[in-house]
Design a protein around this ligand. Structure first.
Ligand code: PFF
Length: 451
């Protein structure tokens, strides 16, 4: 029914392409900044390796065993392993979650396209922090610019998804990640030589637990899920195309390590610039867009580097956005008998429309606040901090407790040896308990009276 990845490297690249995206470069630094730095980063790393990694392994193994879209995979495996088809709800929740994430992801990816043009037009030249800030405010204040770039990004995403596995996804992921990393290493040299590197490193790596709240811990967990693309079936959908003989554990470990390295690299590039220019690390969603142009302005060849950087960031966003759409599209094809093109266009159009709510929440609807803040704040909180961890919880419980040892061992390729044992321990105990504790903590169960 499906194509398969033409090689192991391509599969790794595809999952890495899904993981590495705006989450690493746009979101990680600003969420870390808002939550005080070091202690957040430490909790984030624990969540990545103790919770995210075993769940990624679980997701890929379920995907490859079910060999269908996440909803059907969960239904079939649920019936096989426990006699209940109710597990399909996990697949459904994941599809909805991907849909919601993509609706704001595309708007932010649109910002990077706009910044690509700004860089090409040399707009950062000679600008100080205030002027760079005004460029950003000008963009988010403009409905038409954001609408234009959001539309362009969604159109390209839809096109790539509609062309399918071989035609679209593979080609899109081959060179992007390495090229992006190369440019970031160049930016790192700038941060080391011209930024306040020592202060940046201290901020990022010296844990100050007084700066970390219960909600900050939940944010770290949510960010780990978001950054690794786990908890909603994106990686499960990709696992369905993985040939039987490939190692799931090795692939997952490679992807998780690469993803974490890119996020930390982004932090190392951005915070020294923040401190050298007297900016606020807790600035919020505009952080990357208000810091990097300052560096680019002063760097030799900054115009070219900047243009390439923002373009590559948009590409990194694209290889993630296609994975956000893949679960729904695969389901429309398999369960609703649609063509790939039709499914892509239907889903792309719906996400595009929903994206306008995010886009407006930065300008005309900026004062429309409820629960956590604007529409964007809410949709971001709901997806990263609630739906992804909840989905990941169900997935790891299914793989660790519902699925028989024989089935998971068969998929992972071995049942003896420490690798399997460690995975199973993490999947059965550490990951679900950690998610549960972080949730309870965030709703104040352990708060002993303090707010
Ligand atoms: N991991 C992507 C990023 O860091 O930008 C975002 C993402 C993609 C989240 C796919 C979830 C997902 F299923």
């Amino acid at each position: 029914m499906h194509g398969q990845w033409s090689s192991r490297l391509v599969f790794i690249l595809a999952v890495a392409g899904s993981a590495v995206g705006l989450g690493n470069i746009w979101k990680f630094p600003y969420v870390a900044g808002q939550n005080g730095g070091g202690a957040f980063v430490l909790v984030y790393l624990l969540c990545v390796f103790g919770v995210g990694l075993p769940i990624m392994i679980a997701e890929i193994l379920l995907g490859r065993r079910g060999r269908r879209n996440p909803l059907s995979t969960m239904r079939i495996l649920g019936r096989e392993e426990s006699g209940s088809t109710r597990w399909q709800w996990v697949g459904l929740m994941g599809m909805v979650c991907g849909f919601l994430i993509l609706s704001f992801y595309s708007v932010i990816a649109g910002w990077t396209l706009h910044y690509f043009l700004l860089a090409v037009g040399d707009s950062f030249a000679g600008a100080d922090a205030d002027q760079i800030g005004q460029l950003f405010d000008g963009l988010v204040g403009s409905v038409s610019s954001q609408a234009l770039w959001h539309s362009v990004f969604m159109a390209v995403t839809t096109l790539v998804v509609a062309r399918g596995l071989k035609g679209g996804l593979e080609q899109a992921v081959r060179i992007m990640v390495p090229a992006l990393v190369a440019i970031m290493l160049g930016l790192l040299v700038y941060s080391i030589t011209s930024g306040d590197f020592a202060r940046g490193v201290t901020f990022l790596f010296r844990p100050d637990f007084s700066a970390l709240t219960a909600n900050g811990v939940l944010a770290a967990l949510g960010q780990a899920f978001f950054s690794l693309s786990v908890g909603m079936g994106a990686v499960m959908a990709y696992g369905a195309y993985l040939p039987q003989q490939e190692s799931i554990v090795q692939t997952s470990f490679a992807v998780v390590s690469a993803d974490t390295a890119v996020a930390l690299l982004a932090g190392l590039v951005i915070f020294p610039i923040v401190f050298a220019n007297g900016l606020d690390p807790a600035e919020g969603a505009g952080l990357v867009f208000q810091t990097l142009p300052l560096a680019l302005d002063q760097m030799p060849g900054g115009t070219v580097v900047g243009a390439m950087f923002f373009l590559l960031l948009a590409f990194a966003g694209l290889t993630s956005s296609i994975s956000l759409m893949e679960p729904v599209v695969a389901w429309l094809i398999e369960a609703r008998d649609m063509s790939r093109a039709g499914a892509g266009v239907l889903c792309g159009t719906a996400v595009w429309l929903l994206g306008f709510l995010t886009l407006l929440s930065f300008n005309v609807a900026a004062d429309w606040k409820f629960l956590r803040g604007t529409w964007f704040d809410n949709i971001d909180y709901l997806t990263s901090n609630i739906l992804l961890p909840a989905g990941g919880f169900c997935i790891t419980v299914f793989a660790g407790w519902v699925m028989s040892r024989e089935s998971s061992a068969e998929e992972i390729g071995f049942s003896s040896g420490w690798v399997y044992t460690v995975w199973r321990m993490l999947a059965r105990y550490v990951a679900p308990i950690a998610v549960l504790l972080v949730f309870l903590n965030a709703i104040g169960v352990f708060a002993d009276g303090s707010p």
